[in-house]
Design a protein around this ligand. Structure first.
Ligand code: NAD
Length: 360
């Protein structure tokens, strides 16, 4: 198959982790006989330095014309003095909005080989952590009206949370579609005992669930979900929720899996539109250019790209199996290394995973 992929290396460790992700993509290309054409474009601080804007029009055009977009990370101290609208992170928000990616998929996976890195009690971690959070990304309270006004001699602030049936319905379909490709269970998280938006969410979720009879379905209140994620994470397969609840629960979920450097993400829009794939971490300026970064989150983002945007599940399985094989062999970058491990660099880790893909 021939596919076009936009590549945005970004800032900090972005270029070095992307180099290893592309090495693994090359290995998939060779192993499975595909042809991946990559187009590099500028985003974030790199774009500000080159052309004076964090999201050049040409970058958005290249991304929109591609089958998928692969991103490293953006930002860093060099651009922190700039006003909010001119900063690197604004480029990333503009890209998400420009691509219309409303569904953010973040797996919470604890690799058994890294169980000691989880802050959870050993018996809870041993039961396994392998679930996917599907978060609504471009609606809800983050995108409602925000205002602060003077009332009765004091400041009063208001943030409006609004969801339409169609916004809820489309994200629920993403969750059920993902569950069909996983272990077939969806947990919809809301606050239906208090919020109208949640009551509508729950009604729509129930309707959508009826269209997927083979998928087990349950509702859960968000406060209970926050507890269950640390008490019994093994019960979850796909968790779907609105923007703000998802923001909080995904950070909780990533924390229990150990290193931030291991976790990929996918942001998806309308069917057929290019998805955006990136590790969940930032540009890690403290370790940039030192060959210390963990490239696995970006490599697994390649896996998610193959699975969710390019329709290549076998190839995605091969990437994930290669990461597991390399961890099994004992290789670790410094962030995931235990006291007895001798850590390897970013490049060595990337080369090892690429070699393992070749043997898959
Ligand atoms: P960060 O995720 O960049 O780093 C947090 C800590 O985790 C650091 O100690 C870092 O060294 C470590 N770390 C992160 N990724 C790692 C990896 N792959 N391997 C090993 N260690 C890793 O978060 P931060 O320090 O708060 O932010 C740094 C910059 O990144 C800021 O400018 C911020 O705005 C930006 N940022 C960008 C994104 C993005 O591009 N999606 C996300 C978050 C933060």
């Amino acid at each position: 198959m021939q596919k076009n992929i936009a590549v945005l290396r970004g800032d900090g460790i972005g270029p070095e982790i992307m180099e290893e992700a592309l090495r693994c993509l090359d290995a998939v290309e060779r192993r499975f006989g595909h042809s991946f054409a990559t187009s590099e474009a500028l985003l974030g601080g790199a774009a500000i330095d080159a052309v004076g804007a964090p999201l050049p029009a040409e970058t958005l055009a290249v991304c929109k014309a591609s089958d998928a977009v692969l991103l490293g990370a953006v930002g860093g101290p060099k651009w922190e003095h700039l006003p909010g609208d001119a900063r690197p992170e604004k480029g990333l928000l503009g890209l998400r909005q420009g691509l219309g990616v409303y569904a953010n998929l973040r797996p919470a996976t604890l690799f058994p080989q890294l169980a000691a890195a989880s802050p959870l009690r050993a018996d809870i971690a041993a039961a396994g952590i392998d679930f996917l959070v599907v978060r609504e990304l471009i609606g809800g309270i983050y995108f409602g009206v925000h205002k602060t006004e003077e009332k009765g001699g004091q400041q009063v602030a208001t943030d409006v949370m609004e969801y339409s049936e169609s916004e809820i319905e489309r994200i629920l379909h993403v969750a059920f579609g993902a569950a069909q490709k996983r272990r077939g269970k969806v947990t919809s998280v809301d606050k239906a005992n208090v919020l109208d938006t949640s009551r509508l969410w729950r009604a729509v979720a129930g309707r959508v669930a009826q269209q997927y009879p083979s998928v087990e379905f349950e509702n859960m209140l968000v406060d209970n979900a926050a507890m269950q994620i640390v008490k019994n994470p093994a019960q979850f397969d796909v968790v779907v929720t609105e923007n703000m609840f998802g923001d909080i629960l995904t950070d909780e979920a990533s924390m229990i899996t150990g290193s931030i450097g291991m976790i990929p993400s996918a942001s998806l829009g309308a069917p057929g539109a290019p998805g955006l794939f990136e590790p969940i971490h930032g540009s890690a300026p403290d370790i940039a250019g030192k060959n210390l970064a963990n490239p696995v989150g970006t490599i697994l983002s390649v896996g998610m790209m193959l699975r969710y945007s390019l329709g290549m599940p076998t190839e995605a399985d091969a990437v994930e199996a290669a990461v597991l094989a390399v961890l099994e062999s004992g290789l670790r970058t410094a962030d995931a290394a235990g006291p007895d491990d001798v850590p390897v660099g970013c490049e060595e880790m990337g080369r090892a995973v690429a070699a393992a893909i070749g043997k898959a």
